[in-house]
Design a protein around this ligand. Sequence first.
Ligand code: MN
Length: 242
Amino acid sequence: MAYSLIISDLHLCAEQPHSMQVFLHFIQKIAPGAETLYILGDLFEYWAGDDDIDDPFNRQITHALHALSVSGTTISMMHGNRDLLMGQKLAQASGATLLTDPTLLDLYGTPTLFTHGDLLCTDDIAYQDFRKQVHEPIWQQNFLDQPLAQRKAAIAQLRARSENAKKNKTEDIMDVNLDAVASLLRQYHYPRMIHGHTHRLKRHLHTVDDHNCERWVLGDWHETGNALRCDVAGCSWEKITL
Ligand code: MN
């Protein structure tokens, strides 16, 4: 029976070799059975721009994905907040296509809305202001015009600042806002929703205007990974271990 796999929030970086091992195992041994692999953002801990594609660590990732696509699994990638700057060059090297956030599609007969999830965290006003800024094409172009080393330094600074800011934010503020969830479900005519970003792996049920909607939240990857497997009968969790 045909099925697809959905993952997000791997936050791959050279400093976390174990996550990388789990990812490569997943791509080489588990994902080839799937019709489509959807990556819903934050595959990378950060992405400084497509000119960083020749970095040996990044090459390992694009090569693994490309081999998967050649073997017959379609790969669709969505931007996360960490890898917002992924571009066509990276997609091409990975044998993948880029999805806009959000994207509604028919997944084995069920209308399904994919989003990274950060747009739902509307209680975090400082973050939403930042998000708006970095989504501006002009801001992105100005950033990408800087030398790669300078961009990496700026990102490192940003990551440190974000870690610091998180200490002063409550768990509630960093979770999705339920009104934002309801309004997105309403806007897309009550689909099933799948997202990541908050790392709070769980299946939720929402009743919006008398419609029952499933919302699946993907978790992040550390010692183990997690994927959502969806087919005509529905979705279920898969734990990914070495
Ligand atoms: Mn994220």
